[in-house]
Structures are given as structure tokens and as C-alpha cells.
Design a protein around this ligand. Structure first.
Ligand code: ADP
Ligand code: MG
Length: 264
């Protein structure tokens, strides 16, 4: 099993000491070659779970009252930070909704890619430069030399998102965490970016795809989980069957809403 989330609860403690349970008793499994889609309305705990897998939640305020996250046999919540840093970027790739939150505004795109490559791979500057340009090409950026020299704010949202995808996938991670990877983009660009993610992740890697968009899940996921109020309320190993006949009343409402949106 590539990723096993066992009985995981995640809470946030606010300044007054009040505790908000954002994820409760979550059990999820992801095997290599699978795309696990997590759907649910805003605030249902999707990002809390996905960020926890890379231990990217600021702690405090986040804490873990119970549960475990096992990535390829290793205990994510218990491991030293140094080990975690080795895994992030290299074996666990992350693609988030907001590229500006992950790209440094102060460094050129090319420099950022090269830095990530050289942090994890023992390669020359020239080899890393070449790899960075190659990946900018792979994510569909035409003028790669110009883009490599640009600062993030000089790129459109769609271009920034492509850079994030290059960053998340270029080191061939075993696990890709994509949290609303296309939500901020125009509908036409969304489809392209999704196709890219689908084509470029390694066939034997696993993808954790978080989205509130059921259309995206129906295109991409090989299995899915529905979250509501911090809990997983329905799971399916057969997305087509799920969309045809969701069992939980809440899932039924979600699917009905999505159909209405499609018809608009
Ligand atoms: P989703 O990704 O499904 O929209 P989130 O995981 O972001 O949901 O949020 C789940 C709950 O956790 C919400 O009630 C949200 O307010 C809370 N939450 C998320 N991040 C924080 C944080 N940094 N501090 C306090 N509460 C948070
Ligand atoms: Mg979210």
C-alpha cells in the first residue's frame, strides 16, 4: 500500500483555546497506479487531510488527536522533520490551488526549479538547467527560455499552474497530492491542465486529487471518497457506479447539483 490513512483526526486550536475538529476518524487507502478523488463542499476537511499527508499544516494551530498516516511503510506524523524534507518534493509531490502560495515571488522560475532539483538530485548546475527547461516544455510552455527567466508574477495563472505541475512532477514522485489543482483557472485551461497531470504522472505513482468539482473527479479518479463535516461519508472503488447511483443522501445531493450545473 502506497498510502494508508488510519483513523485520522486533525483539529485546530484557535487563540482562545477553542478546538475545531476539521477531520474526524478518516480512513483512506491509495495504491500505486490509482487516482483517489476526494470530493465534498468547501470546509468539509479535504485540504486538512491532504496537507496532513505532507505534514504541511502549521502546527500549532493544527494538531493530531489520533490516527496515523503511513506512506510506503513510513509513519509521516512521527518522522523527524529532516526525513520529511527528503520525502517532500522528491517522493511526495504537491500541487496546490494557489501557485503564488508555493512559488517564491523573489526568484525566477528557472532558479526555483533548479534549486528543487539540486536539493534532491546530485546533478550539475547545467544538467539541472536542462532538466528545468525540459519540464517547462513538458507542461506545455512554449517559450521555455523566456519563462525560466521570468518571475512568478509575470506569468498568467494558467502558466503559474503549469510551473507548479512541473515542480510537483519532475522528480517522479511516488505520491502526488493535488489540491484543487485547476480551480483557479479558466474552464478551457482547466481541461488542458488536467490532461497534463494525467499524462505526466508516472503510471506506478498514486495521486490524491482533492476537488469540489465532481466533473474533475469523474474524468480523473479511479476511486473516490466523499467528505462532509470532517468525515468520510462514502467511498467507492468504481466512480462510474458512484455517479450512476450514489448511496449517501448527501452524495446524491452533490451529484444532483453537479448535473444541474452541467445543464446550465
Ligand atoms: P476544504 O478543503 O474541504 O474546503 P478545509 O480542510 O480547508 O476544508 O477546512 C476544514 C475545517 O478546518 C474548516 O472548518 C476550516 O475553517 C478549518 N481550518 C482549516 N485550516 C485552518 C487553520 N489554519 N486554522 C483554523 N482552522 C482551520
Ligand atoms: Mg480546500
Amino acid at each position: 500500500m502506497l498510502l494508508k490513512i488510519e483513523d485520522l483526526s486533525v483539529s485546530f486550536r484557535n487563540d482562545d483555546g477553542e478546538v475545531n475538529a476539521a477531520a474526524i476518524d478518516v480512513d483512506l487507502e491509495l495504491e500505486r497506479g490509482q487516482v483517489l478523488g476526494i470530493v465534498g463542499e468547501s470546509g468539509s476537511g479535504k485540504s486538512t487531510v491532504s496537507m496532513s499527508v505532507a505534514r504541511l499544516l502549521p502546527s500549532p494551530p493544527a494538531f493530531y488527536p489520533k490516527g496515523r498516516i503511513i506512506f510506503d511503510g513510513e509513519d509521516i506524523l512521527g518522522m523527524p522533520l529532516e526525513r520529511l524534507r527528503q520525502l517532500r518534493g522528491k517522493r511526495i509531490g504537491v500541487i496546490f490551488q494557489d501557485p503564488m502560495g508555493s512559488l517564491s515571488p523573489l526568484h525566477r522560475i528557472g532558479e526555483q526549479l533548479v534549486e528543487t532539483i539540486r536539493l534532491h538530485e546530485d546533478v550539475s548546475k547545467a544538467a539541472a538547467d536542462a532538466m528545468a527547461l525540459e519540464w517547462l516544455g513538458k507542461v506545455g510552455i512554449r517559450d521555455v527560455a523566456v519563462t525560466a527567466k521570468a518571475y512568478p508574477h509575470e506569468l498568467s495563472g494558467g502558466m503559474q499552474q503549469r510551473v507548479m505541475i512541473a515542480m510537483g512532477l519532475m522528480l517522479g514522485p511516488d505520491l502526488v497530492i493535488a489540491d484543487e489543482p485547476t480551480t483557479a483557472l479558466d474552464v478551457t485551461v482547466q481541461a488542458q491542465v488536467l490532461r497534463l497531470m494525467k499524462d505526466l504522472h508516472q503510471a506506478n505513482s498514486g495521486v490524491l486529487l482533492i476537488t469540489h468539482d465532481l466533473g474533475v473527479v469523474s474524468q480523473m479518479a479511479t476511486r473516490l471518497a466523499v467528505m462532509k463535516d470532517g468525515r468520510v461519508i462514502e467511498r467507492s472503488d468504481d466512480p462510474a457506479a458512484f455517479f450512476a447511483a450514489p448511496s449517501h443522501p448527501y452524495s446524491q445531493a452533490l451529484v444532483r447539483e453537479a448535473r444541474k450545473m452541467e445543464l446550465k
